[in-house]
Design a protein around this ligand. Structure first.
Ligand code: HEM
Length: 162
């Protein structure tokens, strides 16, 4: 099993990237309600994902959960504990049987939201580029770790069926 340091190395994720993400925290915080609105508008439009979001009281709780995850992208420290949290987030989706496809597609919604956020707030191309690269790395790392839960579940099923 890889450590968080190894994963970061494989994505060329540096301390500078961590600093850049931390600098974005206040901006991301000011946009987190808008991000969650986009995220849920998207999930509620697809019958397969909307089916997981039926109860209005659960919806408020879940929106908070997804907003907290969004802000954690900008926490500035990405250690083994961060990795374990992402593994358990992946496992939560495997457990309730959200298809990996929708997790990937939802990540694309977050990616687009963030690229547009950077576009609107950083007119200088060189500055925007360094933030965008750090954002892309942390999103890919998140997806990588969450996807591992799906791959492990797949392996378990193959193993059990033989
Ligand atoms: C739970 C993040 C995609 C539905 C969670 C939790 C987090 C999270 C942090 C809390 C996990 C825990 O309690 O340990 C994400 C991220 C996604 C994503 C980062 C992709 C970018 C989706 C999609 C759906 C979904 C596509 C489909 C509707 C849910 C539900 C729960 C949940 C229903 C509650 C699970 C439970 O009750 O145990 N998600 N999520 N999520 N997510 Fe997501």
């Amino acid at each position: 099993m890889l450590t968080m340091q190894e994963i970061k190395n494989h994505y060329y994720f540096t301390d500078t990237d961590a600093e850049l993400l931390k600098e974005l925290y206040p901006l991301a915080q000011s946009k987190s309600d808008a991000m969650v609105e986009d995220f849920y508008t998207y999930l509620l439009k697809i019958p397969e994902t909307a089916a997981f979001l039926r109860e209005p009281k659960d919806l408020a709780r879940l929106k908070k959960t997804h907003a907290e995850w969004f802000l954690s992208l900008f926490c500035g420290h990405y250690d083994n504990e961060y990795m374990l949290t992402l593994q358990s987030i992946g496992q939560a989706h495997v457990r309730i049987k959200v298809s990996a496809h929708y997790v990937n597609a939802a990540m694309n919604v977050v990616r687009r939201f963030l690229i547009e956020m950077l576009q609107a707030n950083f007119p200088d191309i060189a500055v925007r580029r360094k933030y965008r690269i750090a954002v892309e790395k942390i999103l890919d790392i998140n997806l990588d770790i969450m996807s591992t839960s799906y791959q492990e579940e797949e392996l378990r099923r193959v193993f059990v069926s033989h």
